[in-house]
Design a protein around this ligand. Structure first.
Ligand code: HEC
Ligand code: HEC
Length: 371
């Protein structure tokens, strides 16, 4: 367990900037070392600037909470301190969801060291999702997404993304109390939370992943909702006239079941950063985020078009790598090799995981060998 060094005041300042390139997000700001749960940082929800960076968090005191709640001079309501105040539940004790909150599942999930997850969406009634670009949806103001994490049977945290204005999202995690009756905002994140190996990311960390997508939502999307699982699906959104440009039906990934799983895996686990809207694309012109209009064959996907026999462009490739993907040879394919690195600058994904995902890695190995 290490103390968190996140920056409560920088937390909200990113709301308008989509392309924060620093791995830990955020700039400036006084370090409020070791602030306990819900320290400072609550303010600024919907505020214009997120407050002046650096004004808070007396450094090094190891936990004086709340030393900076004065941020958010732009006004607006404050970020709810408790999960019970966010609008997810109408009654948290009985876990009754609030009206309009719908359970959904993505077809392809992000691997985060064996945590199990549940997700919900709240899209304002009557408002449509702008799907004029089918690959990058734009959600109506007021949309909220929630994602709950359990580890080894303990409910550890529930995260919220809330679109408060056209170009502003609040991103915050709530850590469940030991009595499991409510959860408290932890803008600085928590390492090894609730006696599990699970790390709750700071709000700055949220932006490192979600900030690289045009409108933040990563799994309430055309490809991710094309499945036969329970919960809201793409077909429901079409039938309920909730998309401005409805597609004809679900999208199907090309290839064998194993190839579909590999393409979906890279979409969810890598496409977050490796997509057209991410600043990462200016460093590495690789698209692992699938495009709905390029799914006719495996060779037609952006994933293979931008990796197969494509030279490496980033500094410091893995030892032995000669291209992003060398068909038939995972041992020289950087896409595979980087997935097996942890704790180096080459590790992919660069955050959110401390363990190599053996199943994911095996999936990508088989995919490369199938090409
Ligand atoms: C390592 C990258 C990463 C970090 C850090 C991260 N997320 Fe996510 N998040 C994802 C991906 C990828 C998905 C979609 C796939 C999935 O849910 O399995 C997602 C899904 C979600 C969802 C469901 C709605 C959606 O966008 O798909 C919510 C809510 C969410 N994250 C909130 C947060 C919050 C709040 C934080 C910070 C406290 C955070 N996330 C940190 C990558 C990340
Ligand atoms: C949080 C953002 C993020 C995620 C998620 C992510 N990457 Fe990356 N990736 C980067 C960045 C940034 C670079 C450039 C790094 C550099 O310059 O060293 C990069 C570079 C790469 C490269 C080098 C390509 C080249 O041309 O040299 C490969 C291969 C790669 N990533 C594969 C993956 C794979 C596979 C995944 C998913 C398992 C993934 N990445 C997930 C941010 C990300």
């Amino acid at each position: 367990m290490r103390l968190t060094l996140a920056l409560p005041f920088a937390l909200f300042a990113f709301a308008c900037s989509s392309d924060d390139d620093s791995p830990k997000g955020g700039t400036g700001g006084g370090a409020g070392a070791g602030g306990s749960a819900a320290s400072g940082g609550q303010a600024g929800y919907g505020g214009s600037s997120g407050g002046a960076a650096g004004s808070g968090g007396a450094a090094g005191s190891g936990g004086a909470a709340g030393s900076g709640g004065a941020a958010g001079s732009g006004g607006g309501s404050s970020v709810p301190t408790l999960l019970s105040e966010t609008g997810l539940y109408s009654d948290i004790a009985s876990e009754t969801l609030a009206p309009g909150v719908e359970f959904y599942q993505p077809a392809h999930v992000l691997w985060t060291d064996d945590a199990s997850k549940k997700r919900w969406a709240l899209v304002p009634t009557g408002a449509q999702i702008d799907t004029s670009d089918m690959d990058y949806w734009v959600y109506p103001v007021g949309t909220k997404f929630f994602k709950e994490f359990s580890r080894d049977g303990t409910r550890v945290e529930t995260r919220m993304l809330h679109k408060t204005a056209t170009d502003k999202w609040v991103m915050i995690a709530y850590q469940w109390n030991t009595d499991q009756k409510d959860a408290v905002a932890v803008p600085n994140g928590v390492q090894n939370a609730s006696g599990t190996p699970h790390d709750i990311p700071s709000t700055a960390d949220c932006d490192t992943c979600h900030g690289k997508m045009t409108d933040r939502g990563l799994s309430f999307t055309a490809i991710q909702l094309s499945h036969g699982l329970t919960g809201t699906k793409l077909s429901d959104l079409i039938a309920q006239n909730r998309l401005t440009h409805p597609p004809a039906g679900h999208f199907t990934l090309p290839g064998t079941a194993a190839q579909q799983a590999a393409l979906g895996y890279m979409h969810a686990n890598c496409g977050t950063c490796h997509n057209d809207y991410s600043f990462v694309f200016s460093l590495v012109d690789m698209r692992l985020w699938l495009g709905t209009a390029s799914l006719s064959t495996v060779a037609d996907t952006f994933t293979t078009k931008t990796t197969v026999n494509k030279p490496l462009t980033a500094a410091g490739a893995s030892a032995g790598a000669t291209a992003r993907i060398v068909p038939g040879d995972s041992s020289t394919s950087d896409v595979f090799l980087r997935m097996n690195e942890r704790g180096t600058a080459r590790q992919m994904p660069p955050l959110g995981t401390e363990d190599v995902h053996a199943d994911g890695s095996a999936l990508i190995k088989a995919f490369i060998e199938s090409l």
